[in-house]
Design a protein around this ligand. Structure first.
Ligand code: ARG
Length: 566
């Protein structure tokens, strides 16, 4: 599309328009493909904008250009109509030539780190964690696609009060079960949930948990042994989930590894007067003059805090990985804390590019599928539930399919439905996840988009002559539905740029939907396999193939896999 736009700008230059040229999209396709507003140029020419528009129009009509079929003046605007076949020729050729590389930007030298997921061990992995993974992996993909050297990093919360609470509970009440658990990751999550309930009911027990925490921190052999063993279980559980989600991390950080360096950083901050001893001996950074209150970075008993570790983590990221930008994908409730952290880094003289990407939580419509605690829904339960609905439906549609095939396809559709639904919401809005809605084949959903891809696959395999598809007579594609589809395909690059600039995967979901709709419009109004001529059939098949390419690429940015058939 950039190629085409720069061509249009050249044409306008020739018509006497100088300087920056901005083209806009008219409110509807009947009014043209692009519009040029003449207010600016009218000022330069010292005439009224309507007159300026007329002047440009007459200039353009004097020297007709192959790319344009019509030039119309609408008030102060010059509206331009593209030659659909010519544009199709440029766009489709480019897509089919580049394949998966279409829209991928040239390599840049900046290094970006996206920290996401960051679950705590010894706890359950719920659908809030899922939202984090969906957003984070999509942001990584968008940066990679845009040419940045991008590091996707995880930061596991493997120490702290939650670990002590879980281990204390196991040791006190469930020691016998320890040897015979069959699904240790899940069991551990349960133990944590039970421990929380227990302590809520009997707050006096808190002191015993604190004792366990002290033992862990002082390196008590017995407790460390239990910690290591159970931490492994959580890690296996998480890695299983990431595998299901199709997500990979380039780097793994652990809270336990930055505790010590964190304490050293606190000492450094004290020494340089950035931090002070507060009441009772805790170490604080006074951020009141920035409207950020007091930032607590070390407990009065010398033990570390969340912040202690985050200081060291930030140092590690920038020094060891030499990154230029650090993005944190984190629950919005931690925003204030991160503003304090970033300000403290700044006070240390670190002029670093850091970004806090805060997302809100996910809930389910009242009552549906609530887990035993009533308020957390585990990722595994959600996936199993959605998947079983898809299996049921797929069996009905394809009674001849093998069990294994049904399972594979159902898993992909379920994941597409969940991920797409999560990502279509702006990240700072609460999501009420509605299974029926997310699974609908119609509307702004993952399955709707996958269905379009499957439909294209089925046409391509029926035509059974992929080799001829690149055989271009794209000038035959002159119907308005064809043109609209081509224009959407051409917009891909611009769309990813927008998603990147806004750190916003929902821009991509919206685009997938618009593109899928443009395809269905084309499909419903233009015969493809039964086109009047072979040439037209091949041209339309090529357009379909290009659509599939771009849809798959865009879904890939959302970490969504497609299916051959559904
Ligand atoms: N593990 C933490 C939690 O579950 C999130 C960690 C976020 N990242 C960070 N650098 N503090 O709340």
């Amino acid at each position: 599309m950039e190629k085409i736009l720069s061509e249009i700008k050249k044409i306008l230059n020739q018509a006497g328009v100088e300087g920056e040229i901005e083209l806009t999209s008219p409110p509807n396709p009947e009014m043209g493909d692009f519009a040029f507003a003449c207010f600016g140029v009218a000022k330069v020419w010292q005439m009224n904008p309507v007159e300026a528009a007329k002047k440009i129009q007459s200039q353009l009509l004097l020297t007709p250009h192959a790319l344009l079929t019509k030039v119309v003046v609408m008030g102060p605007y010059v509206n331009l109509y593209f030659n659909s076949g010519k544009v199709a020729d440029i766009v489709i050729k480019e897509i089919l030539k580049k394949g998966k590389k279409y829209g991928v930007q040239a390599k840049k030298k900046e290094r970006v780190m996206v920290e996401y997921s960051q679950p705590n061990t010894h706890k359950e992995f719920h659908i809030g964690h899922l939202r984090n993974v969906c957003i984070g992996s999509s942001i990584v993909n968008i940066f990679k696609h845009s040419g940045y050297k991008t590091i996707g990093a995880n930061y596991i919360g493997d120490i702290g009060a939650h670990v002590a609470k879980c281990l204390w509970y196991i040791e006190t009440y469930k020691k016998d079960d320890l040897r015979k658990v069959s699904n240790p990751g899940k069991w551990l999550g349960q133990m944590y949930a039970e421990a929380s309930q227990k302590i809520e009911a009997e707050p006096d027990l808190k002191e015993s948990v604190a004792e366990v925490q002290r033992k862990l921190e002082s390196g008590d052999k017995y407790w460390l042994g239990l910690w290591k063993k159970t931490k492994k279980w959580s890690m296996q559980e998480f890695k299983g989930i990431y595998k299901q989600l199709g997500v990979d991390f380039d780097e793994w950080f652990f809270e336990s590894e930055v505790e010590k360096p964190g304490k050293e950083m606190v000492a450094y901050l004290l020494k340089h007067g950035i931090a002070q001893r507060g009441e009772g001996g805790a170490v604080i950074v006074d951020l009141n003059s920035f409207g950020l209150d007091i930032f607590l970075i070390l407990k009065s008993d010398g033990s570390s805090l969340y912040a202690t570790k985050d200081l060291a983590l930030a140092a590690l990221k920038f020094k060891k990985f030499r990154i230029d930008k650090s993005i944190y994908v984190i629950d919005n409730r931690q925003r204030h804390y991160f503003m304090q952290l970033f300000k403290t880094l700044e006070l240390m003289g670190w002029k670093k590019d850091v970004a806090f990407l805060g997302y809100d939580f996910v809930t389910l419509p009242e009552g549906a599928m609530a887990s035993r605690k009533g308020n957390v829904v585990l990722f595994n339960d959600l996936l199993a539930d959605v998947e079983s609905s898809v299996v049921r439906e797929t069996k009905e549609r394809h009674s001849d399919w093998k069990e294994k095939n049904i399972k594979d396809v159902a898993r992909k559709i379920a994941l597409a439905a969940i991920k797409f639904d999560i990502l279509k919401h702006p990240i700072d809005k609460v999501i009420v996840f509605n299974k029926e809605e997310a699974l609908s084949f119609e509307g702004f959903t993952g399955p709707y988009i996958l269905y379009v891809v499957a439909r294209i696959n089925s046409m391509l395999s029926k035509a059974n002559s992929k080799s001829k598809i690149a055989n271009h007579k794209f000038e035959l594609l002159d119907k308005s539905e064809e043109k609209q589809l081509v224009l959407w395909l051409g917009k891909y690059e611009e769309v990813v740029k927008k998603a990147l600039a806004e750190y916003n995967p929902s821009v991509i979901t919206r685009y997938c939907f618009d593109l899928a709709q443009a395809f269905n419009n084309f499909y419903n109004n233009c015969s493809i396999l039964k086109a009047e001529t072979k040439d037209l059939m091949f041209a339309r098949l090529s357009l379909s193939m290009a659509t599939k390419n771009v849809l798959e690429s865009a879904l890939g940015l959302l970490t969504i896999d497609t299916v051959e058939e559904m």
